[in-house]
Design a protein around this ligand. Structure first.
Ligand SMILES: [Zn+2]
Length: 299
């Protein structure tokens, strides 16, 4: 059955929606039932943090952490709109104080620290609060011996309105994740469209396991900037999930409808590993690493 039909005359507003990928008119209810994926071409629409929680976690298990952190305006930044105005608009639109939401939750009965970067909040860009929440999320995972899962949606990269303070977050989040991993913790990165810039160059790329939704744009600089810089035509599908999995940058591409079940399976494997690590202190583990010597260099 074909769903991409032209809009019916007289149909109420909002009953049909246009897919930006195949440009077909698709029935909104069918899209929603498919976790906001186009039934025609598989395009994954942008979803809210609340929808991500619904689709991924066990019902009613999300317990928010670090809820009271709120961005300041350290540079008194003013563009067309002031940073303060942008923050207020995003807060009103999404119903939360910042782009990052963190909490403890269960997936398939297994407790995890779960983070989401909401793409609807200033393009999911990373300012001081997003960075702080990611770092604290990793620390909470380390302290309580829980796996860490972060679903990125950071098309905005590092948040320019906070200048260098946003760039600091790259080092801070990377260090916190490294400490978790050194202690034997597990971090699963789930990348969604789009994850770019300072986010992709730090915490989003550091997963022990990195999975992405189909057709997501993932990279540092955007394809147009790269093409203009190198003055070459880029290969087809450059910087998409499918391209990156072929080139060894990602472990898996997973359809949104299958994501929850995939996480349940991955947690089953990784948590068995964590049990052994839980018995070791960080120091014991570091000593074991030094004795084993450096990892072999390839090529
Ligand atoms: Zn489509």
């Amino acid at each position: 059955m074909r769903w991409a039909l032209t809009r019916k005359r007289g149909a109420p507003d909002g009953l049909w929606m246009k897919c930006p990928s195949c440009e077909g008119m698709v029935y909104r209810k069918v899209v929603e039932e498919a976790h906001n994926v186009c039934p025609e071409c598989g395009f994954h629409f942008r979803i809210s943090a609340q929808q991500r929680i619904e689709y991924t976690l066990d019902d009613g298990t999300f317990e928010p952490l670090f809820e009271n952190l709120e961005s300041g305006d350290p540079l008194s930044f003013k563009g067309k709109k002031s940073y303060k105005e942008k923050l207020q608009k995003a807060q009103k639109a999404t119903g939360h104080k910042e782009a990052a939401l963190f909490g403890t939750a269960e997936i398939g009965g297994k407790e995890v620290v779960f983070g989401i970067i909401d793409p609807n909040f200033i393009m999911g860009s990373m300012g001081s609060v997003v960075g702080e929440k990611i770092a604290r999320g990793a620390e909470h995972a380390l302290k309580h011996k829980l796996p860490l899962i972060i679903v990125s949606g950071s098309g905005g990269g590092a948040r320019m309105e906070e200048g260098i303070l946003s760039l600091f977050q790259m080092a801070k989040t990377s260090s916190a994740i490294k400490r978790l991993q050194d202690a034997g913790g597990v971090y699963i990165a789930v990348l969604t469209n789009a994850t770019m810039g300072g986010s992709m160059a730090s915490w989003a790329a550091l997963g022990d396991i990195t999975i992405a939704e189909p057709q997501a744009l993932l990279g540092f600089a955007g394809p147009r900037v790269i093409a203009q810089t190198v003055r070459q035509e880029l290969p087809s599908g450059f910087q998409t999930s499918e391209f990156l999995v072929e080139h060894g940058f990602l472990d898996q591409v997973v359809h949104r409808k299958e994501l929850r079940q995939r996480l349940v399976s991955l947690l089953r494997y990784t948590c068995a590993d964590m049990k052994a690590f839980e018995k070791q202190t960080v120091k014991q583990r570091q000593t074991a690493k030094i004795k084993a010597g450096p990892a072999p260099v390839q090529g």
